[in-house]
Design a protein around this ligand. Structure first.
Ligand code: HEC
Length: 119
């Protein structure tokens, strides 16, 4: 393979792995969160306002499961991405009825959306 062709293949590969989720996809994902969460009050799930930098299981007046209450990290992009990929893997037995988001680009875009929304 020529160097030029090799570079073209490499560039295509980079584009493919850096795929972005479109706004409609992010909205559809966030709509699902909103079925249970609000930024400013507890509902089925704890309020999400102030999430970034907050201790996991840390909203004082929310009745967390033991699984969630025993977590010892703080929420940031990385911990949130791991949790949203597979909530049951991060906190086995937690009561958030959400299977998870497999697609890494979708998780990243959703988390960026949450960052803007919950500052
Ligand atoms: C079917 C309801 C439901 C849906 C849908 C849902 N959640 Fe949850 N979520 C919960 C519940 C309930 C908890 C608390 C779990 C526990 O205590 O075991 C929770 C916990 C969380 C936590 C931990 C908060 C903390 O204070 O530590 C985060 C972060 C979170 N959810 C984000 C999301 C996001 C983002 C979405 C959308 C992609 C989402 N959730 C979708 C019900 C839901």
């Amino acid at each position: 393979m020529s160097v030029r062709r090799g570079l073209a293949v490499l560039a295509l590969g980079l584009i493919a792995t850096d795929a972005v989720a479109d706004d409609a996809t992010v909205k559809r994902l966030y709509d699902r969160c909103e079925g249970c969460h609000s930024p400013d009050r507890n509902r089925t799930g704890p309020m999400l306002g102030g999430l970034f930098g907050r201790s996991a299981g840390g909203v004082k007046d929310f009745d967390y499961s033991a699984a969630m209450a025993s977590l010892t990290f703080q929420w940031d992009e990385q911990s949130l991405s791991r949790f949203l990929e597979n909530p049951q893997a991060v906190a086995p037995g937690n009561k958030m009825e959400f299977r998870g988001i497999d697609n890494a680009a979708e998780r990243r875009e959703l988390i960026e959306h949450l960052r803007r929304l919950l500052r």
